[in-house]
Design a binder for this molecule. Structure first.
Ligand SMILES: Cc1cc2nc3c(=O)[nH]c(=O)nc-3n(C[C@H](O)[C@H](O)[C@H](O)COP(=O)(O)O)c2cc1C
Length: 196
């Protein structure tokens, strides 16, 4: 198949016909944790696209154990910021998403490993997709994991094997932070065996 014969296929893909987004490697490299937000609303359509990207993450057995509580109410956002050990920037996001792992969904097939490991890994993968999607759409976001789990669950009414895994604050950035440092790739690669 020559490159032109792909053309109609590409046109049929809704991701291509909608607003241009960043190349994936560029998005991975350019993403920052953004903790400062302008007073500008993130539209419902943008938010839905971000969550859709979350749902495109891989999951064990394709069980998709994620649940997303979208919070826009300022009092509830402030309650989440307080539950996140008073990280006040959380309340400044135009929208705050509480990502929950539905542990019983994963347990149905995978038992304890599903509940305790896969459901958490799957929702973490969804969060990362959402951070990249937000960045690709010109938004800023921060993954917040330091919180009192019971307090967050109470604020969003999560119970019965539905565990808060992360809070994502999303908005239009006031400024883009400098990149943070990373361990060298050569330091983290281990050939064949982990060194003793
Ligand atoms: C599991 C997890 C929990 C995190 N919790 C918080 C948090 O509670 N508050 C916060 O400001 N940032 C939090 N972060 C963001 C990290 O601080 C940030 O990713 C790291 O410093 C690297 O910076 P970068 O995201 O800009 O590359 C968390 C990130 C992860 C993956």
């Amino acid at each position: 198949m020559n490159s032109l014969s792909w053309f109609p296929f590409f046109l049929s893909q809704k991701w291509v016909t909608e607003a241009a987004t960043l190349d994936v490697l560029e998005a991975i490299k350019g993403r920052r944790s953004v903790r400062n937000f302008r007073d500008k609303e993130v539209s419902k359509s943008k938010l839905e696209k971000i969550i859709e990207c979350g749902t495109l993450a891989p999951s064990a057995g394709n069980l998709q154990p994620w649940e997303f509580v979208v919070v826009r109410d300022s009092q509830r956002k402030r309650a989440l910021a307080a539950a996140a050990l008073h990280q006040n920037f959380v309340a400044e996001g135009s929208v705050v998403i509480v990502v929950l792992a539905n542990q019983s969904r994963s347990a149905r097939i995978y038992g304890r490993r599903g509940a305790e490991l896969y459901s958490i890994q799957d929702t973490a993968a969804a969060i990362q997709n959402m951070l990249l999607a937000a960045h690709g759409m010109g938004l800023g976001a921060c993954w917040v994991g330091a919180f009192d789990e019971d307090a967050v669950a109470e604020v969003v009414g999560a119970r019965n094997h539905v565990r808060p895994v992360g809070i994502i604050a999303i908005g239009y950035p006031r400024y883009i932070p400098e990149p943070t440092s990373r361990r060298k790739v050569t330091e983290v690669i281990h050939e064949e065996m982990y060194p003793t």
